[in-house]
Structure formats: C-alpha cells, structure tokens
Write a protein that binds this ligand. Structure first.
Ligand code: THU
Length: 128
C-alpha cells in the first residue's frame, strides 16, 4: 500500500465532529516501518491534535525518531498543506532529504521537500 493510500485509510478514523474536516497522515522511516495518524478534535477546540502529530507520536512511541517520507490527505480543493505548528513538528523529525506528498481524496497530489515547508526554521543549532 502506498503512503497516500495508508494516509487515506487512517483518515477514515479521524475524529473531527467540530470541523468535519478529516485528515490522515502516514510516514515511513529508514527501517521501512510505516506509522499513521489522524486528527483528533476536542470540544475544547485548542486541545485537538493534527494528523501529522499523531503519526509522529506513533513513530516516537515505537522507538524511532526520523521519517524519510510523509503523506497527508484530506477532502480539500487542493492538496492539503500542514499547518504552521505541524511544520515545526515535521522539521524536528525529518531525515535529511525527507519528502512530503500532500493529497486530496480526489487524487490530486503535490510533492516537495519537508525542509522547504519552513524556511528559517528554529532549530537545535539556535540553542547552542
Ligand atoms: N488538520 C490536520 O490534522 N492536519 C493539517 O495538515 C491541517 C489541519 C486538522 C486540524 C483540525 O482538526 C482540522 O484539520 C481543521 O483544521
């Protein structure tokens, strides 16, 4: 199954009763393992979490800390881009050269480097 297909599969489990906007994300690592996540909203709106955050949490919980590819999918007019907070989360765990595929449920995709999602990112080097 492709990463986009895996993201579409987990999207079905999204808990999005407030926005009705279901998002799925799936990432893979150098070991070939695949981890998936969906958005999980909350009646206290700011407590909701994004699909990307769920996929990252699943990867870290299994003992890995770097992904090489991620796919994100939603029923969106254009391929769905990660929010600002997720761009920072992705920057933390992206392997060198990691790629992102953004997708719509209608089959449109856009691909780019994760590093290009957040120019000028705050990183570990800034804390030295
Ligand atoms: N959302 C994600 O899960 N990932 C994105 O890349 C964009 C936004 C979620 C958060 C919220 O549950 C819903 O989509 C509407 O913003």
């Amino acid at each position: 199954m492709s990463l986009v297909d895996e993201a579409a599969r987990v999207r079905e489990n999204a808990y999005a009763p407030y926005s009705q906007f279901k998002v799925g994300a799936a990432l893979t690592t150098a070991t070939g393992a695949v981890f998936a996540g969906c958005n999980v909203e909350n009646v206290a709106y700011p407590e909701g979490t994004c699909a990307e955050a769920g996929a990252i949490a699943a990867m870290v919980a299994s003992g890995e800390t770097a992904f090489t590819e991620i796919a994100v999918i939603a029923d969106s007019p254009d391929p769905v881009p990660p929010c600002g907070g997720c761009r920072q989360k992705l920057a933390e765990f992206a392997a060198e050269g990691a790629r992102i595929t953004m997708a719509t449920t209608d089959g449109a995709t856009t691909e780019m480097a994760v590093a290009d999602l957040l120019p000028g990112a705050f990183g570990k080097g800034h804390m030295e």
